[in-house]
Design a protein around this ligand. Structure first.
Ligand SMILES: Cc1cc2nc3c(=O)[nH]c(=O)nc-3n(C[C@H](O)[C@H](O)[C@H](O)COP(=O)(O)OP(=O)(O)OC[C@H]3O[C@@H](n4cnc5c(N)ncnc54)[C@H](O)[C@@H]3O)c2cc1C
Length: 429
């Protein structure tokens, strides 16, 4: 990437998170002159921070293998092959105030002390059916209604909800679309996920350095299609630039609304609420405690990302503990901080082994959850729409594909392609 001044461009991308970086790389690879407008170092929520040799990914990050994001990254030449799977062997669940072996797979289900015999049969039947389900047949049904249909209640239901949280990060069974949730569960059970060596900074660096795109270090304040329809004006805090097409990839629906104004109201009418979480990152001098614990009782999740991936100094470990926020409910940072430390201690992590710790009170995991009432992922705002010619949207709340980073990358790719095609067919502004 190189620094640029204002001017006229084929494609302007506003926002340099995964969605914007992918859009910029896609349009650049199509031969367009692309400018990226981003006031901070690139990466957005995918950026990592290094502390004393520990790579902190701003909360846990797992790349879905076989998902649309993985496919796009490979097509753009981003190497995401090095890293490892989550340390789920011997995983535990916290239920009823105790740790139990997780009922993952037939052997785990047989041995777990978390469930009675009858509960094991009920949960086992439900889990065994998931890989064969047609996720599209559940679009428009909430997760709660789907679990009702399965007749799940008590501990098996609490566990099923915890698995949905694990696969989607969403704690909103009454709103989340079951079609979207089941698709993510199937992806988690099937191809699985990977923790990346070097964290997601490796994706950011490959996208930012591997594609010749120009950067304006500024914040956009408005994006508007010009009356002629031939170009889009991007006002920034350091000046004005014009492009034949612009991709708005600023992370959340509210950030997009602040740039687009009422032109975005049609798009935003049905978006769901944001999904947030509290995170505790622990760099350990040596691996200690259980490496994978699902907190069924308290909506938490703990996973050792290193040594599974290279994110800690040799011999060390990096553990992420996360509390899913119940969507739409108030949060209490101090209560969350205390809860996450308790979850770490409950997993057997020795406080003396902690070399680095960081608490993040409220991270936006996803700009908006796919609501069943809005038709799930297909009901999210479209990347391109007739009422905003030349202005494309991208982000983890946009487009019909995937959730989380999959949605950000897939919509970024689609937006980059649209922008490149449009700029090729428009007259010079
Ligand atoms: C704790 C946590 C855990 C997660 N775990 C996973 C996981 O395991 N798997 C998974 O697939 N996904 C996960 N995600 C989600 C994933 O990180 C996001 O979906 C993805 O990074 C979003 O990318 P984005 O580009 O849409 O948005 P962002 O990364 O938010 O990027 C938006 C960018 O726009 C810039 N911007 C904002 N306003 C302006 C403006 N006015 N002008 C110019 N630039 C602007 C910002 O500076 C930012 O760089 C997780 C997220 C969190 C927070």
């Amino acid at each position: 990437m190189t620094e640029a001044t204002m001017g006229e461009w084929d494609v302007a991308v506003v926002g340099g998170g995964l969605a914007g970086l992918v859009a910029a790389a896609t349009a650049t690879d199509a031969g367009r002159r692309v400018v990226l407008v981003e006031p901070r170092p690139p990466g957005g929520r995918a950026r990592c921070d290094e502390h004393d040799g520990y790579v902190l990914n701003r909360g846990p990050r797992a790349l879905y293998l076989g998902g649309p994001g993985h496919q796009v990254l490979e097509a753009l030449g981003v190497d995401v092959s090095s890293g490892g799977p989550p340390p789920t062997h011997g995983a535990r669940i916290a239920l009823g105030g105790r740790l139990h072996r997780a009922p993952d797979g037939p052997a785990g289900l047989l041995r777990t002390t978390a469930l009675t015999g009858r509960e094991k049969v009920a949960l086992g039947r439900a889990l065994a059916a998931v890989p064969k389900l047609d996720a599209s047949s559940l679009v428009g049904t909430t997760v709660a209604a789907w679990l009702d249909e399965l007749g799940l209640c008590g501990a098996p239901r609490a566990l099923a909800e915890a698995y949905v949280r694990l696969a989607t990060y969403v704690d909103a069974p009454d709103a989340l679309d079951a079609g979207a949730a089941v698709a993510n569960l199937q992806a988690a059970i099937g191809p699985g996920v990977r923790y990346l060596d070097g964290g997601w900074q490796s994706i950011v660096d490959a996208l930012a350095d591997g594609h010749r795109c120009t950067v304006v270090g500024a914040a956009a304040t408005a994006v508007a299609a010009e009356a002629s329809g031939a170009s889009v004006a991007i006002t920034t805090d350091t000046g004005l630039l014009r492009a034949r097409a612009a991709v708005v990839a600023v992370g959340t629906p509210s950030a997009a609304r602040s740039l687009l104004g009422p032109a975005a109201d049609d798009d935003l009418a049905t978006v769901g609420p944001p999904v947030t979480a509290a995170c505790l990152e622990l760099g350990l001098r040596r691996p200690s405690g259980h490496p994978f614990v699902i907190g069924v009782d308290d909506d938490t999740y703990l996973s050792a990302h290193a040594p599974a991936a290279r994110l800690a100094p040799p011999g060390g470990a990096l553990v992420h503990v996360l509390r899913y926020h119940r969507v739409g409910e108030p949060t209490d940072a101090e209560a969350d901080r205390a809860l996450l430390w308790r979850a770490a201690e409950r997993a057997g992590i020795a406080v003396d082994d902690v070399a680095v710790d960081r608490f993040l009170a409220r991270m936006v995991v996803s700009g908006a959850l796919p609501r069943a009432a809005a038709g799930g992922r297909a009901g999210r705002p479209a990347v391109a729409a007739e009422h905003r010619p030349g202005v494309l949207l991208a982000g983890d709340w946009v487009g019909p594909e995937g959730m989380l980073a999959d949605a950000a990358i897939a919509s970024g790719h689609r937006a980059g392609r649209h922008a490149a095609e449009r700029s090729a067919t428009m007259a010079v502004p």
